[in-house]
Design a protein around this ligand. Structure first.
Ligand SMILES: Cc1ncc(COP(=O)(O)OP(=O)(O)O)c(N)n1
Ligand SMILES: Cc1nc(C(=O)O)sc1CCOP(=O)(O)O
Ligand SMILES: [Mg+2]
Length: 223
């Protein structure tokens, strides 16, 4: 298996849904299925925070979500837990600045997709040097989903990264909804990454559809 190309990854990142068991008020398997039907293009399993599952329960839950993704050919990314990603033969891993170093994770996962969180130009450049395939940049807007989120920085950070010539695929994250998606894409992101805009929506299918439409319209082409 070779590393995913930039172009393929840009397409996968258009509507990137992240979810764990504590992000849903409804059945998480139904939420993921609806999100896929609505048009998400990538999924991240992020099991952390209050009441998060661990051990076998976490593994079994992840395995079932992965099966849904596989059935619909949606790549499955694991947040933080590199060992779980390897056990499950996931499609990739997402790590942040407080997690294991990106170059060490790259050595462990080979050609799997490696996403790294970056909050500024310095972190972004280091992540690229250490082998990141894409960057998650945020929080763009205020979020109450991540307990230890930094202060929202608006879309200017995306513009700054592009103005400095960074061409790596980027998703914006934090407080993103169908209504502010256009700003994020126009500022330079290839896609949007969301938790609550889908996981807590009255209709996850409809909100995923609206996010996909907003991205498509902002790019002025099909997602
Ligand atoms: C796509 C994407 N971008 C950023 C993050 C945040 O990662 P991190 O800073 O490691 O925080 P946690 O998610 O681990 O709490 C992400 N998960 N995904
Ligand atoms: C997981 C995560 N990472 C962030 C970062 O800024 O790195 S913000 C965030 C939470 C995103 O949830 P919502 O879409 O509900 O705001
Ligand atoms: Mg992390």
């Amino acid at each position: 298996m070779a590393r995913i190309s930039t172009k393929q990854l840009q397409e996968k990142l258009r509507v990137y849904f992240i979810m764990g068991s504590n992000n849903c008020q409804k059945d998480p398997f139904a939420v993921l299925t609806e999100a896929i039907e609505g048009g998400i293009t990538l999924f991240q399993f992020r099991e952390k925070g209050q009441g998060a599952l661990s051990g076998k329960e976490k593994y079994d839950f992840a395995k079932e979500l992965q099966a849904i993704c596989r059935k619909h050919r949606i790549p499955f990314i694991v947040n933080d837990d590199v060992e779980l990603a390897l056990e499950l033969d996931a499609d990739g891993v997402h790590i942040g600045q407080e997690d294991e170093r990106a170059d060490l994770v790259r050595k462990k996962i080979g050609d799997k997709i490696l996403g790294v969180s970056a909050h500024n130009l310095e972190e972004a450049r280091r992540a690229i040097k250490q082998g990141a395939d894409y960057l998650g940049v945020g929080p763009i807007f205020p979020t109450s989903t991540k307990e230890d989120a930094k202060e929202a920085q608006g879309v200017a950070v995306l513009r700054t990264l592009r103005e400095h010539g960074l061409s790596i695929p980027i998703v914006g994250i934090g407080g993103i909804t169908p209504h502010n998606t256009k700003e994020v894409i126009v500022a330079g992101a290839d896609g949007v990454s969301v938790i609550s805009a889908i996981s807590l929506a009255a209709s996850p299918r409809e909100n995923a559809r609206m996010l996909a439409k907003a991205v498509r319209e902002a790019l002025n082409k099909d997602v």
